[in-house]
Design a protein around this ligand. Sequence first.
Ligand SMILES: [Zn+2]
Ligand SMILES: [Zn+2]
Length: 103
Amino acid sequence: MPENLKYNFIIKIIMAWGQRRVYGESRIDECPFCGKRCYIKNPQGIPVCKDHQNKTLENLKCVCGEWLDLRQGKWGPFFTCMNCGNMSVKKAMQMNNLDPNYR
Ligand SMILES: [Zn+2]
Ligand SMILES: [Zn+2]
């Protein structure tokens, strides 16, 4: 196999792997406040429904007691804890009893 073809082949594998990873991420397309479909984002960049477009997630705590920090990732917002690392918005809301599906 010529060197440049080999290179293209490797790039293709890497890209396919990257795409699979995107599907593996828990994408939020439901409003975290009510579970309705999301069409817009709140001021924090979290996808929300029309009714909750001005609602924000603040002062969320991790199970370990640390405050959670909202970050903007490549695939959308997520929370991060100093001790436990990154977690999805949904998981952070479950920890704080804010997930409508778990109440
Ligand atoms: Zn909503
Ligand atoms: Zn923690």
